[in-house]
Design a protein. Structure first.
Length: 318
């Protein structure tokens, strides 16, 4: 049987590399999603997810996460979590609850404590310096505070045909206290159906949530469309409608995988993503939007690009 994972951004690659090894050995898609996203959440240099995530306007890290089981449509989600070490773990646990499966704010920590999950201060000194620097830039250069909103989203397929997906994000940098984007919202930030496939999104949540693009991608795959055709149509058709009606459209990037392990990606910005299947070793790709709105140009990330990325995210913050 086929197995595989696809995920947004370079930061996901180490997690899916480890998780797909477990899938090769018969592991479940549910565990693969949780384990892979936990690795991203725990790495402090990934500044848009988990520990070391980007603070909000008052310097606090508020995290959103979601988990979905494609076998039975169980969903768990958290938003505005301030002290839970691994929001994806709590989201997965919540997916088993018949009621109260989406918790926000203080309710997340209270549930986590009751269930024995680990708490910690999610604000690192590095993230605090980044926030302080942005405050100075806003004061002296009149720059927009909002820059940085990279959600890690993953879709997994295991050898039994079971599929799952998950998301985790600190959301928009310098966001208003309590702001929630698309990442924990079913149909917008994520969606999966084991009989069809799954999709997940990253970009400007305020615009992504207007189109329910993850659900639309899965719906189109359900009509027989290849994941590439489905995600491209769902994403770009809505981006064009939004531009026509609103006059602008934020960053949209989506990845998709069907229940055969075939995959696709659509984006209107330069975007990195990672894929691993039974036929493909864990690989980091770069996607560039086509000027005519067609399928993006996709290429394997060069070692030079990878080295520059690692140097950039680990460089000292002055």
């Amino acid at each position: 049987m086929s197995y595989g994972m696809i995920a947004t951004w370079r930061m996901a690659c180490d997690g899916i590399a480890a998780a797909t090894q477990a899938l090769a050995e018969g592991g479940s898609s549910q565990k693969a999603i949780v384990d892979a996203i936990k690795m991203v959440e725990d790495y402090p240099f990934y500044k848009s997810v988990g520990y070391g995530g980007l603070p909000n306007e008052v310097g606090m890290v508020e995290l959103d996460a979601a988990f979905m089981n494609g076998d039975n449509f169980d969903i768990g989600a958290v938003a505005g979590s301030r002290s839970v070490k691994n929001p994806i773990v709590v989201a997965e646990k919540l997916s088993h609850e018949r009621f109260n499966s989406f918790l926000v704010g203080d309710g997340v920590a209270k549930y986590a404590i009751r269930e024995g999950f680990e708490l910690q201060n999610m604000l690192t000194e590095r993230a605090k310096k980044t926030w302080q620097n942005r405050l100075e830039e806003i004061r002296h250069s009149n720059l927009s505070p909002y820059d940085g909103h990279d959600t890690v989203g993953m879709v997994a397929l295991d050898q039994t045909g079971s599929m799952s997906c998950g998301t985790s994000s600190s959301g928009l940098f310098m966001k208003k206290e309590g702001r929630v984007g698309d990442s924990p919202l079913s149909g917008s930030g994520f969606y999966v159906d084991s009989e069809i496939g799954g999709a997940t999104a990253t970009g400007l949540g305020e615009d992504l949530m207007k189109g329910c693009l993850s659900y639309e991608t899965v719906r189109l795959m359900g009509t027989g469309m290849h994941p590439q055709a489905a995600v491209q149509q769902a994403t770009m058709d809505f981006a064009k409608r939004l531009e026509r009606r609103k006059g602008k459209c934020g960053a949209f990037s989506l990845v998709a995988m069907n229940n055969q392990g075939e995959w696709g990606v659509a984006t209107n910005v330069e975007f990195s993503f990672a894929v691993a299947t039974d036929q493909l070793a864990p690989t980091i790709y770069l996607a560039y939007p086509a000027e005519d709105g067609g399928n993006p140009q996709i290429e394997v990330a060069s070692q030079e690009w990878l080295d520059a990325y690692q140097a950039r995210i680990t460089a000292p913050i002055k």
